[in-house]
Every structure is written in structure tokens, then in C-alpha cells.
Design a protein around this ligand. Sequence first.
Ligand SMILES: CC(C)(COP(=O)(O)OP(=O)(O)OC[C@H]1O[C@@H](n2cnc3c(N)ncnc32)[C@H](O)[C@@H]1OP(=O)(O)O)[C@@H](O)C(=O)NCCC(=O)NCCS
Length: 397
Amino acid sequence: MNTTTDAKDYSPGLEGVIAGESALCQVDEGEHGLRYRGYAVSELAERSTFEEVAYLLLFGELPSRKELADFAARLHVEWPLSGPVEAFIGVTPPSAHAMDILRTGVSLLGMTDRDATDEGVSAPLGREGASVGSHDANLRKAVRLIAQIPTIIANAHRLAHAKRHVQPREELTFSENLLYLLTDRHGDEKARLMARVLDVSLILYAEHEFNASTFAARVTASTMTDLHGAITSAIAALKGPLHGGANEAVAKMLLEIKNRDRAERWVRDALASKRRVMGFGHRVLRHGDARSEIIQRHAEALSASCGDRRWYDIAKIVDRIMREEKGLYPNLDFYTAVAYVVMGIPRDLYTPVFVCSRIAGWCAHVIEQQDHNRLIRPRALYTGPEPRDYVTVNERG
Ligand SMILES: CC(C)(COP(=O)(O)OP(=O)(O)OC[C@H]1O[C@@H](n2cnc3c(N)ncnc32)[C@H](O)[C@@H]1OP(=O)(O)O)[C@@H](O)C(=O)NCCC(=O)NCCS
């Protein structure tokens, strides 16, 4: 009889534990670097687009020219929201956190999705045998979510700030449209440059194996529930400042520091009072995050082109002191925040922008989990009281 789990198998926070298989992404600090389905992320960031990367993650291969054009066209067609989601946005309090609006909005989209009732009759059921959306229906839902998530974010933000409603433009790419929806910028040289850096950040954010939000999505998906339910779990997990919320927290820090003369003192004070400096450290990448170097280059170039080096200069000082004092390296969120500040993206939308990208990875993981499902159900190391006798309420006094 299995009465207890063995302490020797226990790793707090599951650090270093291999908790499942995935063909989506290889996180390797060594010679292989970070790869999506075998392709080096550094190469994808420089040579491809977010649409190509999302397609790669969902469908397994980079798209042909025609497949890419069809995919982009489908994204464009799928952006409108269902009536109930529009109505929900209309009644959210202006003080609501954008990630909370997104979480509930995605949950509602799940009820109104055209494939909501697809029960996977013709699909390979998971090994656990329960009914779930078919592989193809899940792919269709995934494409819709990639298109609809920016719409939820933009519509809710515009309503809360009494800004005019805008719709994605057919001639713009995904990132150009996202920039347009969030900042009203499009069409000029500066907007094109910003959209390219935004696109690089989306490529870098798209996937990172069993991080907390993806793992949350996979745990949920492993019960063979619906895709939107799994994504709702992931959004809730991403919101926290130890995960996706860090990019927003970095921007808050930069704005608080305000100018480069105050940067060194600010970081030293933070460290002296044992505060965590957001955008540094990583559970897996202890010796630096290659994605950070890529976005740093782009953040620097963008800052120089826009004549706004202030945030980058502050960030460089914070970076230097964190390396010297703590041996900690910036993660992807750190210089991404610099780029987003320069682009003028509203700060409370940084983590939602992360969702615009990571939704591709999450959906690919949900589909992968359900195609080869085994319920995720680990054990706990019991730390409670020794067995004891029950005492009736009268005897307890
Ligand atoms: C990402 C993170 C949660 C990883 O945490 P972890 O693997 O649990 O690392 P630990 O909490 O064990 O940290 C190890 C040591 O480094 C310190 N440390 C880690 N990140 C730190 C940070 N950002 N600022 C200051 N100190 C930090 C811890 O205090 C700890 O020091 P100690 O041993 O003296 O107590 C953590 O680095 C962090 O909180 N970073 C800031 C939030 C962030 O940027 N999140 C985005 C992640 S991609």
C-alpha cells in the first residue's frame, strides 16, 4: 500500500523536475540555445514574423507563402468578439485590471465559440477517454483566440479611457495592428520600426516549455476539459509579478527611478531592503537569458531611433549593478519593458501583450497534451499532524 510519498523525490517548486514531454520548445542554456520545434529562436526573431512563429507552434511546420497568407487572412477575419463578450466589456469597472478582463473575456469566448459544442467525436480521444474538442476544433479555437485577444485588450482599454473605437486594418501585419490598436500609431517610419520590435518581442514571448502558466494550462487540459478553460487558468497564472506581471513591474520601476542619476542608489536601496528587482533572475536560466540579449539590442536601437534613450540608460545601470551585486541577469521582461515604454504602450497592457503572444504556445501545449493525454496528478509530501483520535464537539469544550 502506498501510504506516503518519499521525501527524496521531492523538489520544492518542482525545480529541476521533468514533469512531462513536449515537442514544442527546447530550453537549453548550452550550445543548442532556445528552439521552437527545432528552429533557433535567435534566427526566428531576426528572420521571421510572429504569424510564422504562431503557425509553426500550432501546426508543427513553418508555413509556405500561401499557408502564411491564408493564416494571416484568417486572423484578420476572426478578430470580432461575440455579443456577450462585447457586452461584458461594456460593464467592466474602469478600475478593473486588464488581465482580469482578459481572463473573464476568454472564459466567455469559450461559451460562445463556434466550436464550443464540438465534442471531438471524430477526433482521437485522450487516453483517459473523456470527451473533448477535436484536434481540428482546438486549432480553430486557437486561431480565433490569437485574433480575439488583442481585440478584448484594445476595446476594454479604449472604453475605459474614452478613446475612439478602432478596428484592425487589413493592410497591416499582426504586430502593426496590435501597435495601432494600443497606441493609434501606424503608417509612418517610426510606427514600422516600433511594430518590428514589437514583433520580435512577440516571437520571443511565444513559448517557453513548462513555465508556470503553460504548466497550469496543461494541468487543466489534462482533465480533458475545453481549451478555453485551460487558457483561462494560464491567464490567471501569468498575471502574477513572479511571471508575466514582471514586465509591467519593470516599467513601474523605470518610471519611479525617473533619471539615470538616481538609478544606482535606487537599486542599492532595493537590494539593501531585500526587495526583488523585477526583470532579473530565472528559475531555469541561471546564467542568463539569450532572449534578453536579443530584445536588448532592439530596445537600444529603437530608443536611439526615437531619440528617447532615457529608459534604456537607466536600465543599463540597473542591469550592471544586478550583475555585480547579485550575479543575476536580466530576463526577457527587462528590456522588453524598455521597448514598450518607448513605444508608448499603456503600462497596464504589458502583461496582456505578453498574452497576445504566449497564447500561441499555450494553445499548442493544450493540443499536444490532449493528443497524448495522461492526467497530471502528482503527490504531496505530507507535513501535517501525526494520526490522532477524533474528539467529539462536546468533549472539545
Ligand atoms: C524568476 C524568479 C521567481 C525565480 O525565482 P527562484 O528560482 O525561485 O529563485 P530564488 O527565489 O530561489 O532566488 C535565489 C536567490 O536570488 C535572489 N533573487 C532572485 N531573483 C531576484 C531578483 N529579481 N531580485 C533580487 N534578488 C533576487 C533571491 O532572493 C535568492 O537570494 P537568497 O538565496 O539570498 O535568498 C525570481 O528570480 C524573481 O522573483 N525574479 C523577479 C521577477 C521576474 O522578473 N519574473 C519574471 C521571470 S521570467
